[in-house]
Write a protein of this length. Structure first.
Length: 285
């Protein structure tokens, strides 16, 4: 596999009217499953690693070394991306560890602070060719069972333009999407995407991919989304397969490998589905 700056993948996707999936991974099994499935589907892929996931890996260096070792025989382009880095020291750790992309999430800050701190990250990361994603508005969290979307603020197009002027390579937008399971079918605000599009020409990023209907995802891609994040659906697939295996196999026969394999197998189906939905398959040929 080739570790490339995320910008290279997104610019290609933007021109080709598809999106690159960014799958959140927190351990070796998830990472292996994403890389192998992406290679089978000939899809470029982004490994999204949240700061908590970086810590769980044992640090940025470990995450990058693991990805490189797992992918050494695979013929795909991969970006290793820090998801939702909200402090400069987290960004610096990712840069030092060899990530090829970072998100600076200043979405909870007053606009001027978000702009100033994002600009610093852009100047720093671009010195070594690392891609930067910014966020405007706040992508909310659904509660665990999807009853409510909390703390969401839709993106304001003028603020989006101002953040884009920092030199970020792509922009995460809040357009009715949220992290976690949706209680009801989400309705993305395409009118807002169009207004943002008039002012912002860089690729847009859609977070909260789990549970957004295919037609809405593909319409968002037509309007300029070139990266889509998926996390909850993968964890749900993995954990439910592990749980079912625990419930059905006699405990004395349970090897950790049996559980890991069951998790990866179920998760691979979800990875394959999303690669199809964002139309990134057969883009490495
Ligand atoms: P979901 O967990 O809702 O798929 O969202 C993932 C995400 O956006 C990570 O940044």
């Amino acid at each position: 596999m080739r570790v490339v700056p995320m910008k290279a993948l997104l610019d290609r996707a933007h021109a080709g009217a598809y999106a690159v999936p960014a799958f959140n991974v927190c351990n070796m099994e998830m990472m292996q499953c994403v890389l192998k499935t992406a290679a089978q589907e000939k899809s470029p892929v982004i490994l999204g690693i949240h700061p908590l996931e970086v810590t769980y890996f044992g640090g940025a260096q470990v995450a990058v070394a693991t990805a490189k070792a797992l992918g050494q025989d695979l013929d795909i382009d991969v970006a290793i991306h820090l998801d939702h880095g909200d402090e400069e020291h987290l960004v610096m750790q990712a840069l030092r560890g060899g990530f090829s992309s970072v998100m600076f999430d200043g979405s909870s800050l007053p606009l001027e602070h978000n702009i100033a701190r994002t600009r610093w990250v852009v100047e720093t990361a671009h010195m070594i060719g690392v891609t930067v994603e910014g966020e405007i508005g706040t992508i909310g969290m659904t509660t665990e069972f999807g009853e409510r979307i909390e703390n969401a603020h839709l993106s304001d197009p003028v603020s989006a333009q101002r953040l884009a002027e920092t030199g970020i390579d792509c922009l995460a937008v809040a357009i009715g999407n949220a992290h976690g399971f949706y209680a009801e079918e989400p309705r993305l605000r395409f009118d807002l995407v169009e207004q943002i599009r008039e002012r912002v020409k860089i690729p847009l990023v859609l977070h909260g991919g789990t549970g957004i209907p295919t037609d809405q995802i593909q319409h968002a891609i037509k309007l300029g989304v070139a990266k889509m994040n998926i996390g909850t659906a993968l964890r749900y697939a993995f954990v439910s397969a592990v749980k079912e295996t625990c419930d059905t196999e006699p405990v004395r026969d349970l090897a950790l490998m049996t559980l890991g394999r069951a998790g990866m197998q179920r998760m691979a189906e979800v990875v394959r589905d999303y690669i199809g939905i964002v139309m990134s398959n057969n883009r490495m040929a």
